[in-house]
Design a protein around this ligand. Sequence first.
Ligand code: C5P
Length: 299
Amino acid sequence: MITEQASAKINLFLHVGDKRADGFHPLQSLAVFTAMGDVLSMEPGFGLSLTIEGPFAKGLDGEGDNLVLRAARALDTQGAKLTLTKNLPVASGIGGGSADAAAALRGLNQLWNLDRNEAVLRDLAAGLGSDIPACVLSASCFMEGRGEVLRAAQSMPRVPMLLVNPGVAVPTKDVFAALGERSGVEMALPRGNFADTADLLRFLETTRNDLEEPARRIQPVIGDVLQAIARLPGALMTRMSGSGATCFGIFADDDCCRRAAESLKTRYPGWWIAPTFVPEMGIVHEAAGQDIGPTPEGL
Ligand code: C5P
């Protein structure tokens, strides 16, 4: 049996440009991946089957054509028995479905002995959804294009992070459709050599999430989440991820982050509150600083 972690994808910033002819928006983002995530296990089987369990399994009830199955079929026609433990809230701006699909591509590539290299997997991923190539990499990276043009960050400190979702699903499509003012995508991206959290925060202060404002108009409770996190002791920065509604706080240290989670849980028992961290990424990472993609034409 092969088990793959499907880490949550957090957009530390997200700048959006004008809608392209193909209906997608060009974007610039810094995506990072947390220790917290879904888990996908894969074993040999006849036909393709998917069992979903875990705290958010119900959010996917009746979803016959799960992205995991589409990813599996895009990769090959072989059979497998897949079990997804759904720890991440659904449609919540942290790439849960995308990470699951990416985990299927990585894991089934091994289980089926296909030996496709990572570039091939990312190309397949781009055909399935904008965030999935970054989730195949699952390491801190800058995203451009509609999300498929990637450059791995050079180094990233360990970042204690609190994830908070108020229990409302916000469809990505609706948030993009409600988008008004936007930053554009002409910013010169840094090399991504962040020595420590202070260094990272200095860069992030020059950025924003363009989808925060339209998402807050659709679900005003997002404003309450941002305010609640910002008031917690040790919170250094608060922002919404992706198209929401999940927001994140970057904390001074793990203890602050854990205590913040406890105090928020007592006040908002209905919210999903997850203290986690982004693992340190050193210069030794095989993808560090490299240009990855763009993917070949036609995807
Ligand atoms: O690619 P994905 O299926 O994740 O996109 C969901 C929706 O989000 C798209 O149909 C599109 O409306 C919007 N989107 C966009 N520009 C992007 C990514 C997504 O407009 N770069």
